[in-house]
Design a protein around this ligand. Sequence first.
Ligand code: ZN
Length: 242
Amino acid sequence: MEETKGHIHPLSRTMDEIVRIFTELGFEVALGPEIETEHYNFDALNVPKNHPARDMQDTFWIKGVKETVLRTHTSPVQIRYMEKNNPPFRIVVPGKVFRYEATDATHETQFHQVEGLVVGENVTMAGLKWTLEAFFKKLFGNDVKIRMRPSFFPFVEPGVEVDVSCFLCSGVGCNVCKRSGWIEVMGGGMVHPNVLQAGGIDPRKYSGLAFGMGVDRLVMIKYGIEDVRLLYAGDLRLVNQF
Ligand SMILES: [Zn+2]
C-alpha cells in the first residue's frame, strides 16, 4: 500500500510564518480564550453599548450564559495582556475568531487573525510604519512597499488601513489587486487612550500601536484560492497541493 504523508495546512503554515517573523522582530506570543466576555470583546476596547461601531461586527452570543460571546477579533487579548504586564512590551496574538454571518466565497463564520500590540514610552505612528514595513519585507520580499490610509476603528486613534504593493504583479496591475497595484491587508493605528486605561496602563505616560490582519485572505491571495470555504472543507485534494 502506498504510504500517505501528512501535510501542513496552508493556513497553519502561513500563521506559523507570520508569528516566526514577528518573534524575529522581538515580539512575544500571547494567547487568549475563544469564548470571551462582552467586557473584553467590546467594552474594554472602546466599543460602548449601543455604539454604531458594535453593529460593524455580527456576533455569536453564547446561549444561556449572560454577556458571553465567541470572540469577534483577537483584540481582547490586548486587554488581558495589559492587565497582567507592565510596559514596555511587544506581543503578537495569533488565533481563531468568529462572526455570525452568511458564508460565501469571501466570508466564513470562522477565520484567523494575527494581532500585534506594542506599548512603551514614545511609541509612535513611525514605529507602526517601521514595524509593518519590516514585517512585509520578510513575508513578501524586499521590494514590497506599504501605504497607509486614514480609517476608523473604535480601539485606535488615529486609525489606518494598510495596503501592500501587489506581490503578484509588482504593482503593475492585475485581477487580484483590481488593477490598482495595491492590496488591502491590515488595519492598525495608535491604541486609543481609553483602551490603555481599560488595560490598567496610564495613557499619560505610555502610548501604544496595534495592528491586525486576516490570515485567510492572505492565504487566498498568496496561493490563488478563490473560495475561503475550501480552507475549511477538510478536502485532501486541496491540502495535498501544498
Ligand atoms: Zn496586482
